[in-house]
Structure formats: C-alpha cells, structure tokens
Design a protein around this ligand. Structure first.
Ligand SMILES: Nc1nc2c(ncn2[C@@H]2O[C@H](COP(=O)(O)OP(=O)(O)OP(=O)(O)O)[C@@H](O)[C@H]2O)c(=O)[nH]1
Ligand SMILES: [Mg+2]
Length: 425
C-alpha cells in the first residue's frame, strides 16, 4: 500500500532583519524586531534568527551591505532558511540584489502586512481593499517580477519580456486598480446609507494598536461575538453594535481594524471606508495594551495614524487595558501618568462600569440642545432635522413650531447650516 504523505506545507523558516541608524535607540529597535517576528508568526513562518545591524544609513543596493549579506547567506545555507524579512521598506533594486545573492525570497514589513491582510480578509469590502493595496504595492515592482521570471526559465527570452510586455502588464494592473476603486466607492455609499440610519444615536468607536484587546472589549460590552485572538490583525472589518449607557441613553459602538507601526500607506488609504465608522464617531475609545513593554510607542503610532486619516481632535477616552497582567504598583503609576484614562481588564470584566460612566460623561459633553422657532412656511425642513438630530420637544403655536433638538457635536453644525436664522438663543 502506498504511504500517505502529509500535504501540509512546512512552515517557512525565516530570518528577521532590522537596519538602524548608528547611535539610535537599541532597545526600541529590538522591540521592533520582536514585533516583526510576531507578524511573521501570524503568517505561519518560524523566525529562527533575528539580525540587528547599525549603519550610518542603509546600503543602496542591499540595505545591509556586502559583509552582512555574506553572513546571512551562510545562515541561510546552514539552517535551511527559506525567507528573509526586512523591518523597513526595501526598494525594488534592493530586493532584486538580495534575492540574487541569497537565493531565497526577500520581503519587507509592508509586504508581510499585506500578506496577513490578504489571508484574513473575509468580506467583499476587506478583500477589495486588500487587493487594491496589494496592486498598488506591486505596481512599481513589476519590472523586478518579470526579470525574475525570465531568469527562472532561462534560455529563450532571458533578456526579459521587454518594455512592451511590462507596459501591457502595468496597464492591466492600473485598469484593475481603477475597477477596485470604483467598487470601493460603491461600498462607501452603502455604508453612508447605513450610518445615516444611526443619526441621533451617540457613536463610539474603538481604535487602537493591533492586539490591544478592542474586540475583547467589544464582546464584553455587547455580547457581539467578534473574533478574538492573540495574533495581529484578527479583525479586518467593522462591527457595529448597540449599547446602552447607565442613564438609559442608547448609542452604538464600533470595532474595527487595528493599527501598527509602519502600516503601508496604500493599506491605510484603501481601508478608509472600513475606518469611516471611526471618523464618523462622536467619541473615540483608544484601547491600549499596557502589559506590552512598548505601549507608549504604540499610543503614539495610533495617534499618528489617526492624524493621517484626519480622525484626530475628537473627544477620546484612553482605555488602558490588560491591567490584570501588570502589578498594582504599575497600575498606580499609570493612573498618575494618564489622568482621565480608565484602567480596565476586558477579559476579567474589571472597571467596565467605570468605563461606561466615562463614556456617558464624554458623550454628554458632545451633546447640545438647539432651540428653533420654525415658521409654518419652513415645514419642509422638519424631515431633515429628524434625520440629523433627536427632536426632544415639539410645540405647535399660531405662527409655527417651537422645536428642541438634541444634537451631537458632529451634527450640530449641519443643523445650524440648515436653519441658522430660526435659532432662538
Ligand atoms: N491579560 C489580558 N489579555 C487580554 C485582555 N483583553 C484582551 N486580551 C487578549 O489579547 C489578545 C488580543 O485581543 P483582541 O480582542 O483580539 O485584540 P484586538 O485589539 O481586537 O486585535 P486585532 O483585531 O488583531 O487588531 C487576545 O488573546 C485576548 O484574549 C485583558 O484584559 N487582559
Ligand atoms: Mg480585533
């Protein structure tokens, strides 16, 4: 009888490489390497060595320089390494030179993150967004891919497919990019419709570094069953659930994709529609894993990413999570360092009541009452006002209606634009 062989693909054996400027923060650079290892593991690769190199600046042709390339080559041969991952973006030229020398696959952090996103994407929206980002990442690298193919097959056509073929391919990729953008625009319109239905409700959005515990918190607060896992980018889509505040007011809370250091710009751009929920929110809840040694840097990365997406400046609650995994002394220290934050543990349900009260306080700050004297001749404005805010009182009299609208900061301006002249102070 024939022996059955396992069809499982053996995990890639990888080396992670970081090149840092001389005299930089070594501890931080090593931390980045650890994160790169976590990213690689998320992709199913096993990191067998991490290389950290200090240089004045990365070498133009191989990033690490000739000597280091030789060193890596020896490791590749000795340890059956199949993949080299660089923490910083490589130029197409650097990838080509490195692959030629080392004779294994070479990728950078952006490529790795795109790979993870591609394997995680479930919904048509996420898939479209990832494919768009992948193609945009690939476009400048097309020449390199072709030269690889021609090398691989040797013989006829070893000089590559020639400019014409590359141009044709570039055009095909560009056409596909246009088609995907079109599709995203359509998805965006649908989302806007959905969001319209939620106007008048207070909107909270969970944001934060990947693996901070956003989905765990969402589940703890709403029973929503969002996928939780100790891996990077467990969540790629947005889930929205209703939530009730201690004062009985209803709101919605959204959980979405997490951020990471050096998130490829194409990816940020193409995930705009997923992140629209956050940009539309009244209150942001910035979830932080305080048990992570680099959490302060992670806070900064999230703030920067929010700024890049123009989602900054909203009322924000700093939610310091995983406090069960730190000491009491550290917890006391955090309370002093981050006044106004809420220390919680999403898995152990610690202080979620405190968080709800904070959410209520912040949402009240963002809510204002607008009083209007609306003449009967302007009744066509009423349906629009119902759409934008919550009409909390309505009194008919001889000349028209006296209306009180409860509006959030986000909608107040739009209401005022619509009927400024009818506002009574
Ligand atoms: N110790 C501890 N672990 C937690 C806590 N909250 C979440 N975790 C764990 O942290 C890991 C990540 O949790 P998720 O909720 O998936 O994190 P996320 O922010 O949604 O991550 P992405 O969707 O990947 O961006 C899981 O293994 C959780 O069990 C907490 O309060 N304490
Ligand atoms: Mg998640």
């Amino acid at each position: 009888m024939k022996e059955l062989k396992s069809t499982a693909i053996p995990p890639e054996r990888a080396i992670a490489v970081a090149v840092s400027p001389k005299g930089g923060d070594r501890a931080m650079a090593l931390d980045h390497l650890d994160e790169l290892e976590f990213l690689a593991e998320t992709c199913g690769a096993e990191v067998i060595a991490k290389i950290y190199q200090e240089r004045d600046k990365p070498d133009g042709s191989t990033a690490v320089g000739k000597g280091k390339v030789q060193e890596i080559k020896e490791m590749v041969e000795e340890d059956n390494v199949t993949l080299i991952i660089f923490d910083d973006d490589l130029t197409p030229v650097q990838v080509r030179n490195l692959e030629k020398e080392l004779e294994v696959k070479v990728i950078d952090r952006s490529g790795l993150i795109l790979d993870i996103f591609a394997s995680r994407a479930q919904t048509s929206e996420a898939k479209t967004q990832v494919e768009l980002a992948q193609l945009q990442y690939m476009l400048p690298r097309l020449t390199r891919m072709w030269s690889h193919l021609s090398k691989q097959f040797g013989g006829i056509g070893t000089k590559g497919p020639g400019e014409t073929q590359i141009e044709t391919d570039r055009r095909m990729v560009r056409d596909r990019i246009d088609a995907l953008k079109e599709r995203l625009l359509h998805i965006d319109t649908q989302r806007q419709q959905q969001r319209k239905g939620r106007q008048g409700l207070i909107k909270f959005a969970l944001v934060g570094y990947t693996n901070a515990g956003k989905s765990t918190l969402m589940n703890a607060m709403t029973d929503s069953g969002v996928y939780v896992k100790d891996q990077l980018f467990a969540t790629l889509d947005t889930t929205v659930r209703s939530i009730e505040l201690p004062n009985g007011k209803k709101g919605v809370i959204s959980d979405t994709v997490g951020f990471i250091r050096k998130l490829p710009t194409h990816l940020i751009a193409s995930f705009r529609s997923t992140l629209a929920e956050a940009s539309d929110a009244d209150v942001l809840m910035h979830v932080v894993d305080v048990s992570h040694k680099a959490f302060r840097e992670q806070i900064a990365v999230v703030d920067e990413t929010l700024a890049a997406l123009n989602i900054e400046g909203k009322p924000t609650i700093l939610v310091l999570n995983k406090t069960d995994a730190i000491t009491e002394e550290e917890r006391n220290q955090l309370e002093i360092e981050y006044p106004g934050s809420v220390l919680i543990s999403a898995v152990h349900n610690i202080n979620l009541d405190k968080l709800l009260i904070k959410m209520q306080q912040l949402s009240e700050k963002g809510v204002s009452l607008i009083h209007l004297e609306l003449p009967y001749s302007q009744m066509q404005l009423l349906p629009k006002l119902y759409d934008l805010g919550e009409i909390t009182s309505r009194l008919e009299h001889d000349n028209g209606l006296t209306v009180e609208i409860t509006a959030t900061d986000a909608t107040k301006e739009r209401i005022l634009n619509l009927c400024k002249q009818y506002v009574v102070e």
